[in-house]
Design a protein. Structure first.
Length: 195
Protein backbone atom coordinates (compact mmCIF):
# COMPACT_ATOMS: atom_id res chain seq x y z
CA UNK A 1 0.00 0.00 0.00
CA UNK A 2 1.17 3.49 -0.78
CA UNK A 3 -0.06 6.65 0.92
CA UNK A 4 -0.93 9.43 -1.51
CA UNK A 5 -0.78 12.87 0.06
CA UNK A 6 -3.29 15.30 -1.35
CA UNK A 7 -4.61 18.66 -0.19
CA UNK A 8 -7.30 16.84 1.80
CA UNK A 9 -7.16 13.62 3.78
CA UNK A 10 -4.62 10.90 2.97
CA UNK A 11 -5.81 8.39 0.34
CA UNK A 12 -4.55 4.84 0.01
CA UNK A 13 -3.74 3.21 -3.29
CA UNK A 14 -3.39 -0.56 -3.42
CA UNK A 15 -0.54 -2.05 -5.43
CA UNK A 16 -0.65 -5.49 -7.00
CA UNK A 17 0.40 -8.44 -4.86
CA UNK A 18 4.02 -9.37 -5.60
CA UNK A 19 5.48 -12.86 -5.88
CA UNK A 20 7.66 -12.21 -2.83
CA UNK A 21 4.59 -11.25 -0.79
CA UNK A 22 2.70 -14.37 -1.92
CA UNK A 23 5.63 -16.65 -1.07
CA UNK A 24 5.90 -15.10 2.38
CA UNK A 25 2.13 -15.34 2.85
CA UNK A 26 2.11 -19.06 2.00
CA UNK A 27 4.92 -19.75 4.46
CA UNK A 28 3.30 -17.70 7.23
CA UNK A 29 -0.12 -19.32 6.79
CA UNK A 30 1.41 -22.79 6.72
CA UNK A 31 3.29 -22.10 9.96
CA UNK A 32 0.31 -20.63 11.79
CA UNK A 33 -2.40 -23.04 10.68
CA UNK A 34 -2.29 -26.80 10.96
CA UNK A 35 -4.97 -27.56 8.35
CA UNK A 36 -5.16 -26.89 4.63
CA UNK A 37 -7.38 -28.19 1.81
CA UNK A 38 -5.90 -30.31 -0.95
CA UNK A 39 -7.46 -30.69 -4.38
CA UNK A 40 -6.09 -33.39 -6.67
CA UNK A 41 -7.21 -36.11 -9.07
CA UNK A 42 -8.04 -38.99 -6.76
CA UNK A 43 -7.80 -42.37 -8.55
CA UNK A 44 -11.23 -43.69 -7.44
CA UNK A 45 -13.10 -40.38 -7.81
CA UNK A 46 -15.69 -40.06 -10.61
CA UNK A 47 -14.23 -38.84 -13.90
CA UNK A 48 -13.60 -35.11 -13.95
CA UNK A 49 -14.28 -34.69 -10.21
CA UNK A 50 -11.06 -33.96 -8.35
CA UNK A 51 -11.06 -34.67 -4.66
CA UNK A 52 -10.95 -31.87 -2.07
CA UNK A 53 -9.80 -32.99 1.36
CA UNK A 54 -8.84 -31.28 4.58
CA UNK A 55 -5.34 -32.27 5.66
CA UNK A 56 -3.20 -31.77 8.75
CA UNK A 57 0.28 -30.55 7.85
CA UNK A 58 3.57 -29.14 9.12
CA UNK A 59 5.60 -26.46 7.34
CA UNK A 60 9.25 -27.51 7.30
CA UNK A 61 12.15 -26.67 4.99
CA UNK A 62 10.00 -24.38 2.77
CA UNK A 63 7.38 -27.06 2.04
CA UNK A 64 4.28 -28.70 3.50
CA UNK A 65 4.81 -32.12 5.00
CA UNK A 66 1.97 -34.59 5.54
CA UNK A 67 1.46 -38.13 6.78
CA UNK A 68 -1.26 -40.17 5.08
CA UNK A 69 -2.61 -43.69 5.19
CA UNK A 70 -2.36 -46.36 7.85
CA UNK A 71 -3.61 -44.95 11.16
CA UNK A 72 -3.16 -41.39 9.90
CA UNK A 73 -5.37 -39.14 7.76
CA UNK A 74 -6.87 -40.72 4.64
CA UNK A 75 -5.54 -38.99 1.51
CA UNK A 76 -6.01 -41.75 -1.06
CA UNK A 77 -3.95 -41.41 -4.21
CA UNK A 78 -2.02 -38.33 -3.13
CA UNK A 79 1.22 -40.28 -3.33
CA UNK A 80 0.42 -41.09 -6.99
CA UNK A 81 -0.02 -37.51 -8.27
CA UNK A 82 2.61 -34.96 -9.23
CA UNK A 83 0.49 -31.83 -8.77
CA UNK A 84 -1.88 -30.70 -6.01
CA UNK A 85 -3.79 -27.47 -5.36
CA UNK A 86 -3.42 -26.25 -1.78
CA UNK A 87 -5.96 -23.82 -0.29
CA UNK A 88 -5.00 -22.03 2.91
CA UNK A 89 -7.14 -19.94 5.21
CA UNK A 90 -6.65 -17.14 7.68
CA UNK A 91 -6.23 -18.23 11.28
CA UNK A 92 -8.00 -15.08 12.48
CA UNK A 93 -11.31 -15.35 10.60
CA UNK A 94 -11.14 -18.69 8.76
CA UNK A 95 -11.52 -17.05 5.34
CA UNK A 96 -9.73 -18.37 2.26
CA UNK A 97 -6.58 -16.36 1.53
CA UNK A 98 -4.50 -18.18 -1.04
CA UNK A 99 -4.61 -21.22 -3.33
CA UNK A 100 -1.31 -22.40 -4.74
CA UNK A 101 0.00 -25.34 -6.75
CA UNK A 102 2.50 -27.72 -5.23
CA UNK A 103 4.58 -30.61 -6.50
CA UNK A 104 4.24 -33.82 -4.49
CA UNK A 105 7.23 -35.93 -3.46
CA UNK A 106 7.11 -39.11 -1.39
CA UNK A 107 9.77 -39.23 1.31
CA UNK A 108 11.13 -42.65 2.18
CA UNK A 109 13.38 -43.87 4.99
CA UNK A 110 16.98 -43.45 3.92
CA UNK A 111 16.22 -40.19 2.09
CA UNK A 112 18.29 -37.36 3.61
CA UNK A 113 15.07 -35.39 4.15
CA UNK A 114 13.29 -38.24 6.00
CA UNK A 115 14.71 -37.70 9.51
CA UNK A 116 14.26 -33.90 9.68
CA UNK A 117 10.76 -34.12 8.14
CA UNK A 118 9.53 -36.88 10.45
CA UNK A 119 11.05 -35.12 13.47
CA UNK A 120 9.04 -31.99 12.60
CA UNK A 121 5.88 -34.07 12.07
CA UNK A 122 6.31 -35.96 15.36
CA UNK A 123 6.86 -32.70 17.25
CA UNK A 124 3.60 -31.24 15.93
CA UNK A 125 1.41 -34.36 15.89
CA UNK A 126 -1.08 -34.63 18.75
CA UNK A 127 -2.03 -37.83 20.57
CA UNK A 128 0.75 -40.10 19.39
CA UNK A 129 1.03 -43.33 21.38
CA UNK A 130 4.84 -43.36 21.32
CA UNK A 131 6.91 -40.44 20.05
CA UNK A 132 10.05 -42.59 19.71
CA UNK A 133 8.48 -45.15 17.35
CA UNK A 134 6.09 -42.91 15.37
CA UNK A 135 8.43 -42.45 12.39
CA UNK A 136 9.06 -46.22 12.22
CA UNK A 137 5.30 -46.82 12.21
CA UNK A 138 4.86 -44.29 9.40
CA UNK A 139 7.59 -46.04 7.40
CA UNK A 140 5.70 -49.36 7.67
CA UNK A 141 2.03 -48.38 7.39
CA UNK A 142 1.80 -44.79 6.07
CA UNK A 143 3.39 -42.47 3.56
CA UNK A 144 5.20 -39.20 4.32
CA UNK A 145 4.69 -36.55 1.64
CA UNK A 146 6.40 -33.27 0.82
CA UNK A 147 4.40 -30.66 -1.09
CA UNK A 148 6.65 -27.90 -2.41
CA UNK A 149 5.25 -24.68 -3.92
CA UNK A 150 5.84 -24.45 -7.66
CA UNK A 151 5.33 -20.69 -7.81
CA UNK A 152 1.95 -21.03 -9.54
CA UNK A 153 -0.73 -19.21 -7.54
CA UNK A 154 -4.40 -19.66 -8.46
CA UNK A 155 -5.91 -17.31 -5.86
CA UNK A 156 -4.40 -14.64 -3.67
CA UNK A 157 -5.52 -11.51 -1.83
CA UNK A 158 -7.10 -9.17 -4.33
CA UNK A 159 -7.99 -11.94 -6.79
CA UNK A 160 -10.05 -14.54 -4.93
CA UNK A 161 -12.73 -16.35 -6.91
CA UNK A 162 -16.40 -16.03 -6.05
CA UNK A 163 -16.92 -19.80 -5.91
CA UNK A 164 -17.29 -21.35 -2.48
CA UNK A 165 -15.11 -24.41 -3.25
CA UNK A 166 -17.69 -26.63 -1.54
CA UNK A 167 -17.38 -30.34 -2.19
CA UNK A 168 -19.38 -33.32 -0.99
CA UNK A 169 -17.75 -35.13 1.93
CA UNK A 170 -15.81 -38.26 1.05
CA UNK A 171 -17.60 -41.58 1.39
CA UNK A 172 -16.88 -43.23 4.72
CA UNK A 173 -17.98 -46.26 6.67
CA UNK A 174 -18.36 -44.22 9.86
CA UNK A 175 -21.85 -44.17 11.37
CA UNK A 176 -23.57 -43.14 14.57
CA UNK A 177 -25.11 -45.78 16.81
CA UNK A 178 -28.46 -44.02 16.86
CA UNK A 179 -30.01 -40.62 16.58
CA UNK A 180 -29.04 -37.86 18.95
CA UNK A 181 -31.46 -37.06 21.78
CA UNK A 182 -33.87 -34.31 20.95
CA UNK A 183 -34.10 -31.39 23.34
CA UNK A 184 -37.03 -29.09 22.73
CA UNK A 185 -36.40 -26.70 25.57
CA UNK A 186 -34.47 -26.63 28.75
CA UNK A 187 -36.14 -26.65 32.10
CA UNK A 188 -35.48 -23.41 33.89
CA UNK A 189 -34.27 -23.60 37.42
CA UNK A 190 -36.32 -21.73 39.91
CA UNK A 191 -34.19 -19.47 42.03
CA UNK A 192 -34.85 -19.59 45.73
CA UNK A 193 -36.51 -16.54 47.23
CA UNK A 194 -34.26 -14.24 49.19
CA UNK A 195 -36.82 -13.22 51.78
Amino acid sequence: MVALVTDGPVMWESRGVTETFTTALIAELAKKTGVCWLRYDEPDAPAGAPSRRAAWHVWHDDALHLVAGGDEQPLPGLDEVDRVEVTMRSKENGGRLVTWVGSVTVLRPGDERWDPATAALVADRLNLDDLATAADGWAERSVVLRVEPTGEVLEQPGSLSDTDHAAPPPVTGATTRRGLPRVLHRRQRRRPGLS
